[in-house]
Design a protein around this ligand. Structure first.
Ligand code: MTE
Ligand code: HPA
Ligand code: MOS
Length: 772
C-alpha cells in the first residue's frame, strides 16, 4: 500500500492535537475501571500472598477468614476448573502457587468479600502453613549455582578473542544496574462480570486484552469465545501491564465463575509492588579492545539478568538487550551473552525499553570508561565509533543500519545545547567550586522498532461509517495515556477528510478485533494506525465509486475535503454520500489487518532483521552534584528526537518529556531494595522515590527532528515514539559521572541508580584516589 500516493491533503496528520481525553483526565471525568458503576452484588477480591521468599507450601487454614461477616469465599490452585496457568510465552507459570512459594508476594489464594476492606482484612486472616527454605536472592549467586529460568542467549559476530588479543588497549569493567517499578498511577485492576451459558466479560487494565481473554478462558476451562476482555484506558502501563494483568483478571474471573457474581479486584500499592514484576536489574561484565582513538575493535559482554522466579518475558527482554548493546556504534567483533538468573524474587517483566536500556547504559559506560582511561573526549570516542562509511553499517545481529541519522542528530543537539561554550563554563565552575560539582554529557540512541518476535508484528482494526456520516473506530491497540487513540483517529479522519470529532474512539475489545498483540514495543500506532488506514481506505474506495456514479465522473475526479465529497464544483456531504451508498446496498464497514513487512529473526543463530526501522535521538544533560550529601539535580536537558513525519507532534513531545524523566528516574532516584530475607522494603511512595514535578529539568528543550519522513512505508511515514526517549535519560547518569570525574580525573566508580548513597561512595572513591 503506497502511503504517499493515496492521500494528497494533510489536514489532520502532523497537527499537534490534544489527547482525546486530556480535558477529562484533568477534570477527573475520564473513567477508569474503578470508576465504573458497580453492579448489585459485586464482590471485591484480595490476594493471600506469601510472606516468605522461599518455602514449601503445605496448605492453609481459611476458617478465621471465612468466619468474617461478608466474606464470600477463599479459592486457590485446587479450585481452578481449567488450567492454573498465566505464562505469556511458556507453560507452567502458575497463577496460584501449588506446593512451593518462590518469592515474597507469590499469589497463594484469593479471598472475596462484599467490600474491598473486608476482603483485605480477611486475606490477612488466612493462616499459611509454610516450611521456610533458603532463598537465592543474589543474581551472581544464582549464576554460580547455574540457576536459570531459560538457557543463555548469545549474539556473536567476528572473532572477539583475536580482536582483544591484538588490541592496543584492553579495558574492562563491571556495571550494576537496578530494576524499576512501573509505578503507574492506577494499580492493577480487573472487573469480571459473569453472563449466561458460561460467558465472562472482563474489564481489565491491560496492554494485552487478547492474553487476558485466553488466560481467563484457560483458567475457567472454557473456549476463548466465551470470554470477552474490554479496556477503555489504563492509568499507565509502561510495560507493567503487558503480561501481568492475567494474574489479577484470572483471579477476579475465577471468583465470578465460582459465585456467579461480578467480582472486582484492585490491588493496593503494596500488593501491586510485591506481587507483580518490574524492570530486570542486571550486572554487566565487559571487556573491550580499543585502538588509540578509542575505536572499539572487539567487545565481550556477559549479562546477568534477574529473571526472578519465572521466565515471563525475560527471554525477549534479554534478546532486546543483546540487540541494543551496540546502541549507535559499529562493533566488528562482538560476543554478547545473556543469562536469565533465577532468584527468589518476583518475576520481572516488560518495562519501557524492554531490555534496551540495560544494553544501552552498558555500552555508554564502556564508551565513557574507555574515554576516561585513555584521556580522550567521550564525544570524540562516540564519534569514531558511530555506524557510518568509515566504520560499517552491519549490526552484530545481522541487520544493516540503512537510515543512519546519528551524525546529523548528535551534531544538531551539540549545537543547540551550546556544548563548547557550556563545557568551558562548567570546567571553570568546577575549578573554582570544590563542593558543588557540575557535569555535562551527551549521548545518542538508536532503538529498533518492532517486536523482536516477528509473529507479534500484526494488528487489526474495525471501522464503520454510519448513515449520518459519523465514524466508529475500533482497533487492537490499548490506550495507557500515550495518545494512541487520538493518533489512530487522526489517521481515519485524514482518510475521509472529516473533522476529528466525527470519529468515535471506542474501548478495545476482543469481541470486535481478535487475536491482537500487546500494545507494546512502541508499535501501537505503526501497527494499529496502518490496520485502521487499510480499513478506512477500503470503505473510501467503495464510497468513491458511488460518488463517481452519482456525479457521473471518473473516480479520480472525486475529492474528499472538509467533510464533503466534491466533483468539480458540485458536492455532497460525507453523510449524504454514506446514505447514497447504503441505498445502493454498499458495505460501509471494514476490518483491516496489517503485518509489518521485511522483518525476520532466527532465534537460534540470533541473526536476522528483527526491526523494521530504527528511531534515533540524542540528549545533552547538565547536572549539579553536591559532593557532601550526594544529592544531584538535572539542571538542563536538550533533546533532539527523530519521529519521522510525526502523526501528532504534541503527543510526541509529551512522550519524549515523560520518557526522559522516567529514564532519569531509573538511573538516579528509583531504587528497589530487598532485605536479607528477600522482602521488598520499597513498597510505596514513602520508600520508593519516583521523579516528582520538581525533578523535571528547569531548562528542558525538547525538539523533534524536522521534516524527516521514515524511509520505510509506515503510516504517513511516522516513527514510533513510546520507548526510545526513555534511554536518553541515561545522559543524566553520564553527566553525574562527568561531575565526579571532575574531582580528579579517573574513571568514576558509579553504578545505577546514582542515589545519594551511590554518589557519595563514588565521590569518596575519587577523593581516596588523590588522598583528600
Ligand atoms: N505513555 C504513557 N503516558 N503511559 C504509558 O503507560 N507506556 C510506554 C509508552 N508510553 C506508556 C507511555 C510503553 S512501555 C510503550 S511500549 C508505549 O507507550 C506503548 O504505546 P505505543 O506503542 O502506542 O507508543
Ligand atoms: N517489546 C515488548 N514486548 C515484547 C517484545 C518487545 O520487543 N517482544 C516480545 N514481547
Ligand atoms: Mo512497552 S515495555 O513495550 O509495554
Amino acid at each position: 500500500m503506497n502511503i504517499d500516493a493515496k492521500i494528497v491533503q494533510r489536514s489532520i496528520i502532523g497537527k499537534g492535537i490534544a489527547h482525546d481525553s486530556a480535558a477529562r483526565h484533568v477534570a477527573g471525568e475520564a473513567n477508569y475501571i474503578d470508576d465504573m458503576p458497580e453492579l448489585p452484588g459485586t464482590l471485591h477480591a484480595a490476594f493471600v500472598l506469601s510472606p516468605v521468599a522461599h518455602g514449601k507450601l503445605n496448605g492453609f487454614d481459611a476458617s478465621e477468614a471465612l468466619a468474617i461477616d461478608g466474606v464470600a469465599g477463599v479459592w486457590a490452585a485446587k479450585d481452578v476448573p481449567g488450567h492454573n496457568e498465566v505464562g505469556p510465552i511458556l507453560h507452567g507459570e502458575t497463577l496460584f502457587a501449588e506446593d512451593i512459594v518462590d518469592h515474597e508476594g507469590r499469589v497463594i489464594a484469593v479471598v472475596a468479600a462484599r467490600d474491598f476492606e473486608t476482603a483485605y482484612r480477611a486475606a490477612k486472616k488466612v493462616k499459611l502453613d509454610i516450611e521456610t527454605l533458603e532463598p537465592v536472592l543474589d543474581i551472581e549467586e544464582a549464576h554460580r549455582r547455574k540457576s536459570y529460568v531459560l538457557p543463555p542467549q548469545e549474539v556473536v559476530e567476528g572473532d572477539v578473542e583475536t580482536a582483544l588479543a591484538g588490541a592496543p588497549h584492553v579495558i574492562s569493567g563491571k556495571l550494576h544496574m537496578g530494576g524499576q517499578d512501573h509505578f503507574y498511577l492506577e494499580t492493577h485492576i480487573a472487573y469480571a462480570i459473569p453472563g449466561e451459558n458460561g460467558e465472562m466479560l472482563v474489564h481489565s487494565s491491560t496492554q494485552h486484552p487478547t492474553e487476558v481473554q485466553h488466560h481467563v478462558a484457560g483458567i475457567l476451562g472454557v473456549h476463548a469465545n466465551a470470554v470477552e476482555c474490554q479496556v477503555r484506558r489504563m492509568g499507565g502501563g509502561f510495560g507493567g501491564k503487558e503480561s501481568q494483568p492475567t494474574i489479577i483478571a484470572g483471579a477476579a474471573a475465577l471468583v465470578a465463575a465460582k459465585t456467579g457474581k461480578p467480582c472486582k479486584m484492585r490491588l493496593k500499592r503494596r500488593d501491586d509492588m510485591v506481587a507483580t514484576g518490574k524492570r530486570h536489574d542486571y550486572i554487566a561484565n565487559w571487556k573491550a579492545g580499543v585502538d588509540s582513538r578509542g575505536r572499539i575493535l572487539g567487545l565481550d559482554v556477559e549479562y546477568l539478568a534477574r529473571a526472578g522466579n519465572l521466565p515471563d518475558l525475560t527471554g525477549p527482554v534479554i534478546t532486546r538487550t543483546l540487540t541494543h548493546t551496540d546502541n549507535s556504534y559499529f562493533i566488528p567483533n562482538a560476543r554478547f551473552i545473556g543469562h536469565a538468573c533465577k532468584t527468589n524474587t518476583v518475576s520481572n517483566t516488560a518495562f519501557r525499553g524492554f531490555g534496551g536500556p540495560q544494553g544501552i547504559i552498558t555500552i555508554e559506560a564502556v564508551i565513557d570508561t574507555v574515554a576516561r582511561e585513555l584521556k580522550l573526549d567521550p564525544n570524540a570516542v562516540r564519534a569514531v565509533n558511530y555506524y557510518g562509511d568509515e566504520t560499517g553499517d552491519m549490526t552484530p545481529y545481522g541487520q544493516r543500519v540503512e537510515d543512519n541519522r546519528l551524525v546529523e542528530v548528535t551534531d544538531a543537539v551539540l549545537g543547540s545545547a551550546e556544548w563548547d561554550y557550556r563545557r568551558a563554563e562548567i570546567d571553570a565552575h568546577n575549578a573554582a567550586n570544590p563542593v558543588i560539582r557540575r557535569g555535562l554529557a551527551m549521548m545518542p540512541i538508536k532503538f529498533g522498532i518492532s517486536f523482536n518476535l516477528t509473529s507479534l508484528n500484526q494488528a487489526g482494526a474495525l471501522v464503520h461509517v454510519y448513515l449520518d456520516g459519523s465514524i466508529f473506530l475500533n482497533h487492537g491497540g490499548t490506550e495507557m495515556g500515550q495518545g494512541l487513540f487520538v493518533k489512530v483517529a487522526q489517521v481515519v479522519a485524514e482518510v475521509f477528510q472529516v473533522e476529528l470529532d466525527m470519529v468515535r474512539i471506542s474501548s478495545t475489545a476482543t469481541g470486535k478485533v481478535p487475536n491482537t498483540s500487546a500494545t507494546a514495543a512502541s508499535t501501537g500506532s505503526d501497527l494499529n494506525g496502518m490496520a485502521a488506514f487499510k480499513a478506512a481506505m477500503a470503505i473510501k474506495a467503495r464510497m468513491t465509486r458511488v460518488a463517481a456514479e452519482h456525479f457521473d465522473v471518473e473516480e479520480d475526479v472525486i475529492i474528499y475535503r472538509e467533510g464533503r465529497v466534491h466533483a468539480d464544483n458540485r458536492s455532497v456531504s460525507f453523510g449524504e454520500l454514506a446514505k447514497m451508498a447504503w441505498a445502493k446496498r454498499i458495505q460501509l464497514s471494514e476490518a483491516g489487518h496489517y503485518a509489518t513487512p521485511k522483518i525476520h529473526w532466527d532465534g537460534k543463530t540470533m541473526k536476522g532483521r528483527p526491526f523494521f526501522y530504527f528511531s534515533y535521538g540524542a540528549a545533552v544533560a547538565e547536572v549539579a552534584v553536591d559532593t557532601l550529601t550526594g544529592e544531584t539535580r538535572c539542571l538542563r536537558a536538550d533533546i533532539l528526537q527523530d519521529v519521522g513525519s510525526p502523526l501528532n507532534p504534541a503527543i510526541d513531545l509529551g512522550q519524549i518529556e515523560g520518557a526522559f524523566v522516567q529514564g532519569m528516574g531509573w538511573v538516579t532516584c528509583e531504587e528497589l531494595w530487598w532485605d536479607k530475607a528477600g522482602k521488598l522494603r520499597t513498597v510505596g511512595p514513602s520508600t520508593y522515590k519516583i521523579p516528582g514535578s520538581r525533578d523535571v529539568p528547569p531548562e528542558f528543550n525538547v525538539r523533534i527532528l524536522d521534516n524527516m519522513p521514515n524511509r520505510e512505508e509506515t503510516v504517513f511515514r511516522s516513527k514510533a515514539i513510546g520507548e526510545p526517549p526513555l534511554m536518553l535519560g541515561i545522559s543524566v547518569w553520564l553527566a553525574i559521572r562527568d561531575a565526579i570525574a571532575s574531582i580528579r580525573g579517573g574513571v568514576p566508580q558509579l553504578d545505577a541508580p546514582a542515589t545519594p548513597e551511590a554518589v557519595l561512595r563514588a565521590v569518596r572513591h575519587a577523593e581516596a584516589v588523590i588522598g583528600v
